[in-house]
Ligand binder design. Structure first.
Ligand code: NAD
Ligand code: MG
Length: 440
């Protein structure tokens, strides 16, 4: 096993929920992958310096580089790294260097010997490093859905041009990716089989925003619809009036997943599903009307694909992100995974029911943004990130979140084929506008 070639992974957002799960997967793969040895080449954290160092010290081969993306924490990090490497028996040695600031994320993502970049930073803050990894032609295990929401066409085009594999970590998109295996295999064959889905891509062709976003995965032979499942979050059965008075603690109490605060609030408002509809549109290059959302409280079915003949293929596994993370790392190989098996010793329920867009207005917004494309994704994402922060600081009501997003979207001048620079300017504008709207 000592002669296995090494697969090197940059873990951006290493201190987060996805980051920690990724490090666990890498340790496990390193033990059980017969083909490759796995190493963490770099790991980043924004602020939790102690956990960053602890995580690095826990790797069987310590990372070459620790990235502290918030430069304010440089002195603290340097001191902590020094004292950790000075500990007797510490696996952290002088080999492990420190790099700071947002540019350090880009350096880590593009390092020559890195094979896979795990994009697990939360929010728009993950965009530059994810895009840099794509430009460098790396395999990107993409958890950071906001990057695709903000700049889907830019990112997918860059991936196609640079031969970068953009593989989903988001469990729903991983599920769809897995369900599409057969269609993907057929894509490599001559065109005759591919025309079935082309018929209604007329919608796509007249949509100027998607003309720029096409990647290699344009045709899905025989596919009728992608069906994203949603747990429904903690407020699945709540009335709008109840949600108006929801507390921060109630919104943070997700019934099936343990995740970072931002995505947990997004799950409660179902904005997470809205972002995932947009993510699916860009990732799989399908128009919004081929995407559907169903509520599935047990989070066992991670999504489904409906085919032209009415057959539905679903991907089922316990709710544990280590499975989709590992699949993005080892694709197309399947290996034992540290996530637990589905317990089949008891009966188990898998309930599906329609989503309710009246109680969850964020959902309708997501479909609308996926339909119009262009600048809408950047605006809704920025408004949402701002509104979630305001809610977590006790400054607005839970139900203000989708309303602020809706009004920010309405207030912006939509553009169909924006440049990246324009999108980033709009991101700043939308944050200001959302803050203003919150005060009215
Ligand atoms: P988290 O809050 O637990 O972790 C976020 C990570 O990003 C941390 O490492 C943090 O240090 C870093 N970070 C925060 N602000 C930063 C900034 N300004 N610059 C650089 N780094 C910064 O979040 P998470 O739950 O792990 O989610 C990460 C991403 O994965 C999100 O985009 C989320 O939507 C997506 N995702 C998460 C899950 C999940 O189960 N947690 C599932 C699907 C998708
Ligand atoms: Mg998801």
């Amino acid at each position: 096993s000592t002669n296995r070639p090494i697969s090197r992974v940059a873990v951006l957002g290493g201190t987060g929920s996805i980051g920690v799960a990724t490090l666990d997967v890498i340790e496990s793969l390193n033990r059980c992958d017969p083909e490759f040895a796995w190493e963490v080449s770099s790991v980043s954290g924004h602020s939790q310096i102690d956990s960053l160092i602890e995580l690095a010290a826990g790797c069987h081969t310590p990372p070459q580089c620790l990235v502290v993306s918030d430069a304010k924490n440089e002195a603290q990090a340097a001191k902590a790294l020094n004292s950790a490497s000075a500990q007797p028996n510490s696996r952290l040695t002088n080999r492990c260097r420190l790099d700071v600031g947002p540019e350090a994320l880009v350096r880590a993502a593009t390092e020559e010997d890195v094979d896979v970049v795990v994009a697990a930073i939360v929010g728009r803050a993950g965009l530059e490093s994810t895009l840099a990894a794509v430009h460098a032609g790396k395999r990107v295990a993409l958890a950071n859905k906001e990057t695709l929401v903000v700049a889907g066409p830019v990112v997918t085009r860059a991936a196609a041009e640079n031969g970068s594999e953009l593989l989903p970590v988001d469990s729903e998109h991983s599920a769809i990716f897995q369900c599409l295996a057969e269609s993907r295999a057929r894509q490599s064959q001559p065109a005759t089989l591919e025309q079935s889905t082309r018929a209604d891509s007329a919608t796509t062709a007249t949509d100027p925003t998607s003309a720029t976003g096409s990647s290699a995965k344009t045709h899905w032979p025989g596919v009728r619809r992608l069906i994203l499942t949603a747990s429904g979050g903690p407020f699945r059965d709540w009335t709008t009036a109840q949600m108006r008075d929801a507390t921060i603690e109630q919104a943070l109490a997700h019934p099936t997943w343990k995740m970072g605060a931002k995505i947990t609030i997004d799950s409660a408002s179902m904005m997470n599903k809205a972002l995932e509809v947009i993510e699916a549109k860009w990732l799989f290059d399908v128009p919004a009307d081929k995407i559907e959302v169903v509520v599935h409280p047990q989070s066992l079915i991670h999504s489904l694909v409906e085919f032209e003949d009415g057959s539905l293929i679903a991907q089922v596994s316990p709710p544990d992100m280590r499975m989709p993370i590992q699949y993005a790392l080892t694709y197309p190989r399947r290996l034992p995974c540290p996530a637990p098996e589905l317990d089949r010793s008891q009966g188990w329920d898998m309930t599906l029911c329609p989503a309710d867009p009246d109680r969850f207005p964020a959902l309708a917004l997501g479909f609308e943004v996926a339909r119009v494309g262009g600048t809408a994704g950047a605006v809704v994402n920025a408004a949402n990130e701002t509104a979630v922060d305001l809610f977590l600081n006790g400054q607005i009501r839970f139900t203000d979140i989708p309303e602020i997003c809706r009004r920010t979207l309405l207030d912006h001048d939509h553009e169909s084929s924006p440049t990246l620079e324009r999108l980033l300017k709009l991101d700043v504008w939308a944050r200001d506008r959302a803050r203003e709207l919150a005060q009215i």
